[in-house]
Design a protein around this ligand. Structure first.
Ligand code: PBG
Length: 329
């Protein structure tokens, strides 16, 4: 013990700190979420997500190439659906020439080797802003799952490498896997949002896609009947294990920072890759504090990303991906 053992020896220079560092971020850790809109030449900043944009297809192609050159080789696509195309059943989601299907092709054309993942859920397509079909104040499970399975097939046929169901309906992974197999899409992977909590941190994302639950009679005001209760831990393991049994190739914990205990627990429990989604509200919080000069943006960003990886994330979906990689030099 002291004075023979001095822990500060391993911290005494940059070189030794580097040598003993346990967690190192690299560009290949990241999955980059991208928001796509109709139109041309559009790159509009999302008000609650400074320096993050909605992109029209031409801009999406440009962005994909830029990401690829930075070593960012995986994207997660979301679409903002025009209001007049929304309905309760999310019918537009199945349009083979819909915005998502065109976005997939656009990225693949611009960057053939880019890994393309797509969000699978009804909310951007739903006139009520829910991830499932609404019926008398309830969100229907099995009817929704049928649409999700068809939607997944449609994305895969358009060229998606992975589909990423973010809806939290029961049994959707098995139904999606079976639907993909039936169509011979055996190589399409599934990244399941398996432990997705009902979180207030999704606010800015819902601004970005204009996808918040609408304030209407007989429409639930929140997503608490399908997304998980923030208070629960065992349930996260159960959800994740079930999704793996149903055929998920990658599982996910979401949001990130407030749920790192869950990330560690799941990393210890399962033997498939674990993704963590550092969500829009986490991004917005740091941007706001940095704008006020209250936090050092880059330092806090890197500390948070390191914490997510240290907790056990094998993949980090983050709006900071580009900023972080730029900083890595
Ligand atoms: C849609 C979906 C959401 C997010 C990803 N997919 C919003 C929600 O569930 O309400 C949130 C992502 C973020 O906040 O960055 N099912």
């Amino acid at each position: 013990m002291y004075p023979l053992i001095r822990n500060r020896r391993l911290r005494s220079s940059n070189a030794i700190r580097h040598l003993v560092r346990e967690t190192i971020l690299t560009p290949s850790d990241f999955l980059v979420p991208l928001f796509v809109v109709e139109g041309r030449g559009i790159k509009e900043e999302i008000p609650s997500m400074p320096n993050y944009y909605r992109l029209s297809l031409d801009q999406l192609a440009k962005e994909a190439k830029e990401l690829w050159h930075m070593g960012l080789c995986a994207v997660l696509l979301f679409v903002k659906v025009p209001e007049n195309l929304k309905d309760n059943a999310g019918t537009e989601a199945l349009n083979a020439d819909g915005l998502m299907q065109r976005a997939i092709k656009t990225v693949k054309q611009a960057c053939p080797e880019m890994l393309v993942m797509t969000d699978v859920a009804l909310d951007p397509y739903s006139s009520y802003g829910h991830d499932g079909i609404v019926d008398k104040g309830r969100i229907l499970n099995d009817e929704t799952v049928e649409v999700l399975a068809e939607m997944s097939v449609s994305h895969a046929q358009a060229g998606a490498d992975f589909v990423a169901p973010s809806d939290m309906m029961d049994g959707r992974i098995l139904s999606i896997r079976e639907a993909l197999e039936e169509e011979g899409l055996v190589d399409t992977g599934i990244m399941s949002y398996s432990a997705k909590y009902a979180s207030a941190f999704y606010g800015p994302f819902r601004d970005a896609l204009d996808s918040a639950p609408v304030d209407m009679q007989h429409v639930p005001k929140n997503k608490n009947t399908y997304q998980m209760d923030a208070a629960n831990r065992f349930e996260a393991i159960r959800e994740t294990q079930q999704d793996i049994d149903e055929g998920a190739d990658i599982v996910m914990v979401k949001p990130g920072l407030c749920y790192l205990d869950i990330v560690r627990e799941i990393r210890n429990e399962v033997d498939v890759p674990v993704a963590v989604y550092q969500v829009s509200g986490e991004y917005a919080m740091l941007k706001a504090a940095a704008e006020k000069g209250w936090l050092d943006h880059d330092a806090v960003m890197m500390e948070q990303l390191i914490a997510i990886k240290r907790a056990g994330a094998n993949i980090i979906a983050s709006y900071f991906a580009k900023d972080a990689v730029a900083l890595m030099g």
